[in-house]
Design a protein around this ligand. Structure first.
Ligand code: ARG
Length: 458
């Protein structure tokens, strides 16, 4: 019999029953649901809303159910629609009448809101831990490649020289923001909706501060209607996950490019690449490609929930049952991607020679050539024009700036002297960029130290 059978003259149609049911996916909230119910029961007992011995009996019953669920001894039913009603029915089956007192001063609306928040609150530190592990890999790679010169790009055209370490620390900084974004979101969701009831609390002397504290929330939410209709916390979480995945996807794209024969800047470990069923020569960066692909899936979750919530009047609407699957899927996806990405990065080999050759081949030191003239007193715009002419000349003559004879330099400007070659040397170009945040070994060391401090502080 349905918990709400009193009002109804007919049984629920089986189609509707199955359609309405969320137990197939919200069963994963069992622990949070039981924790929420235990805190609620304890509060009911403490405030005298139910007898203390009844509260105790309920809590013991819930503990036993938790143990049985963990031991895989419990089968949830579609009949009972969702995890909340499944646990409650189970409790009543087991402890009898007293079980029916648990739902006093509570609704599934505040129940699901608290369960869902508890679940996301629990997963955020797991994800942060994984990002931190990835940060450690980045720091390690950067530390080992402070002097690994490579081209930096704009428009995917060789632009200015940098180092692999500088590149790695760029991603380390993005991931640092991802960590703090998740922390901000955790901080904001740390308010307990329990006690909001269906939408307007209740007439019992419920102590929401007690349940909030018992469940590890900073405080109760301030407005009961907001408490049961808000899913911002989940949307914000999905936004943070989407931005994180966007970073991993960009990084994946770089790795995919760098693995290609055209670049060959890195080589993936055999354990982290795959072959082709037909082409014997292939070694594919599947892991990076899948991370890039799965990014779309996480974005999809964000858009799903934003769209579900758009236009819903206050307070709870059944539409909101659609909130859980996208969040669960995003959590699973993110938690699947980060560790495998970290392991792939950790084991890849950096092809220092190829990177340097690519940096030497073009005109990546053209800005440095202009800067050379500027340091000898020429205004930058003029120097820029002269180097442009030089590059044009080199292209026609099949030369690069490093190989061009001094007489050709002098032909465009008498200011050029023998020391231009030193100024154009890649190491000079990189290490001359001593500016805070730049690619010189000293600057990047500082960036590494900052990330290390950030990681050590948590
Ligand atoms: N299974 C529901 C959900 O996930 C629980 C809340 C149901 N509340 C209601 N008034 N029907 O959203």
């Amino acid at each position: 019999m349905k918990l709400w059978a009193g009002r109804f003259q007919k049984e629920t149609d089986t189609l509707v029953n199955d359609f309405n049911s969320s137990i197939s996916f919200d069963a994963r909230l069992y622990k949070e649901d039981i924790a929420g119910s235990m805190a609620h029961a304890a509060m009911l007992g403490k405030t005298g809303i139910i007898e203390a011995h009844e509260a105790e009996k309920i809590i013991d019953g819930l503990k036993a159910i938790l143990a049985d669920v963990e031991a895989d001894q419990v089968e949830f039913s579609m009949e009972n629609e969702d995890i909340h009603m499944n646990i409650e029915s189970l409790l009543t089956q087991r402890i009898g009448q007293t079980g029916k007192r648990l739902h006093t001063a509570r609704s599934r609306n505040d129940q699901v809101a608290v369960d869902f928040r508890l679940y996301v609150k629990k997963e955020i530190p797991v994800i942060i831990g994984m990002i931190q592990d990835l940060e450690e890999v980045l720091v390690k790679k950067a530390q080992a490649n402070l002097h690994t010169v490579m081209p930096g790009y704009t428009h995917l055209q060789r632009a200015q020289p940098t180092t692999f370490a500088h590149y790695m620390m760029a991603y380390a900084n993005m991931l640092k923001r991802d960590i703090t974004r998740l922390e901000d979101c955790l901080e904001r969701m740390d308010e307990c909706p329990l006690g909001a009831g269906a939408l307007a609390t209740s007439t019992y002397p419920v102590d929401r501060f007690q349940t909030a504290a018992a469940l590890g929330f900073r405080c109760p939410t301030d407005n009961s209607m907001d408490s049961v209709s808000d899913r911002d916390f989940a949307i914000e979480f999905l936004s943070a996950c989407s931005i994180l995945m966007m970073h991993l996807s960009r990084f994946s794209e770089e790795i995919i490019l760098w693995c290609s024969w055209e670049f060959k800047y890195v080589e993936l470990d055999d354990a982290y690449s795959t072959g082709s069923s037909i082409m014997p020569q292939k070694k594919n960066p599947d892991v990076a490609e899948l991370v890039r692909g799965k990014t779309g899936r996480v974005y999809g979750s964000l858009i799903t929930l934003l769209t579900v919530m758009k236009g819903l009047p206050l307070a709870y609407n059944k539409d909101m049952q659609e909130d859980k699957e996208p969040v669960f899927d995003a959590i699973d996806t993110v938690e699947l991607c980060i560790p495998v990405f970290a392991a792939m990065l950790d084991t890849l080999t950096v092809k220092e020679k190829n990177m340097r050759a690519a940096a030497s081949g073009g005109f990546i030191n053209a800005t440095d050539c202009a800067d050379y003239l500027v340091k000898k007193g020429m205004p930058f715009r003029e120097a820029y024009m002269i180097v442009g002419k030089l590059v044009n000349f080199c292209i026609k003559a099949g030369e690069t700036l490093d190989t061009l004879p001094l007489k050709d330099f002098k032909a465009v400007s008498p200011i050029f002297e023998e020391d231009v070659y030193q100024a154009l040397e890649l190491n000079t170009c990189v290490n001359g960029r001593q500016v805070y945040g730049g690619p010189s070994a000293e600057s990047v060391q500082q960036q590494i130290d900052h990330i290390k401090d950030f990681l050590a502080q948590r």
